[in-house]
Design a protein around this ligand. Sequence first.
Ligand SMILES: [Zn+2]
Length: 204
Amino acid sequence: MKNFIILIFMLAIVEMTMAGVLSGKLIVLDPGHGGMDNGAVGPTGLKEKTINLELALDLYEILKAQGANVILTRKNDETMYLSDRIAIANEKHADLFVCIHHNSVENAPEIDRTQVYYWSATDTSKNAAIDILSSLENFFGMKGNLLRTDFKVLKLAKVPAVLAEMSFISSPKREKWLRDPFNIWREALALDDGILKYFDQRGI
Ligand SMILES: [Zn+2]
């Protein structure tokens, strides 16, 4: 069923995509954690590493259909160093590096919001973070946070780079929602909307 719905969406996406916005662009997607590193774990055991990868694989298909060149730092459940993840983007001179995560906080099941991080003050990372955050806020229908933080993976970036904490897997309501692959697909579409906005409106 999911595949059928996705096919319909894909046809619509290709139709709707602003002509040529992503053609020739290289986007590196980095699904956070993997292998030995589960990342956050939801109240009933949903692992962050699993949904980060699922989202990245969905977004990979969407961006490819829109004409972008896309590289995934991992395609499987494997352990990877942060430095190796960003090295891929640096070596290939990516136009944008996007780390995909889901957040978690202890003893606060009601907390659930979207947060987008950037570090570099000299490239367009901040613009990308602003555009992606605005699309995620629209999708979730709530205010999120734009944050400047020196995460290793962002600090080592020599290309525009952002890290999106899509939503909070520690919220029982959100964890249940994230168990539906269709909702992961919808998160991927929201992220895609921000990426398109960035390349279109910033003239990059
Ligand atoms: Zn994470």
